[in-house]
Design a protein around this ligand. Sequence first.
Ligand code: ADP
Length: 242
Amino acid sequence: MSNESKITKAEKEKYIIQFKNVTQRYPNGTKALKNVNLNIEKGEFVFIVGASGAGKSTLVKLLMREEKICGGELRVNGFDLKRMSSFRVPILRRTVGVVFQDYRLLPKLTAYENIAFAMHMIGEPKSEIDKRVKAFLRLVNLDDKANSFPHELSGGEQQRVALARAVINKPAIILADEPTGNIDPMMSVEMMELLCKFNKWGTTVVVVTHDKNLVDYYSKRVVTINNGKITSDKQGGMFDED
Ligand code: ADP
């Protein structure tokens, strides 16, 4: 490997997420990412946009270590994702709160239990769980839905349960995959306002989306992927449809 593709110590200190010359190929030969370089600093808010098939999901899967990186270097919150062993993956995932497009709530658990579950998993004491889950339910405006099951909630409400669950263990990074994909515009605004609130409190937020209105309205950093390559990266950018 050339020195050029190595991540330096200064870069490690500066960036919470760093893709360096990342190339990702699926077993059938499809190159989903081609020489991607992307640096995200702690506390940034970044939109990642691009057409269907551009490589956005692949990027998310790499960040979560759902796929193992093929070529290049990737560091997330101090973890070297190329070299880390599988048993450390849960530790990485604890530092990245993910909001999935399809929510992925546990259907047989209530809103309260879905959120509490994430804290049980890391062995938090019951009293702390109850206190924090109630506070987060209030934060996402769902205190009156604590005992509702996912099928009793609207799309926007399920999305907010998913957000509360993603942030309950105070991750350094929130990764939201199409957070407004299945919800109406009013709910999209509420979801975005919550993401902005967590960002103001210091959490790095990465939102993958194809929602042009959202991206143009919020005027944040916009990284565009096209056919596996980053084709633009602008502060206060607009959704580039070309
Ligand atoms: P996006 O999320 O932007 O729609 P993806 O990351 O899902 O894009 O896909 C990028 C490219 O990789 C596409 O050409 C897609 O067909 C291909 N791809 C995605 N997942 C797989 C897979 N598991 N096996 C083979 N090719 C894949």
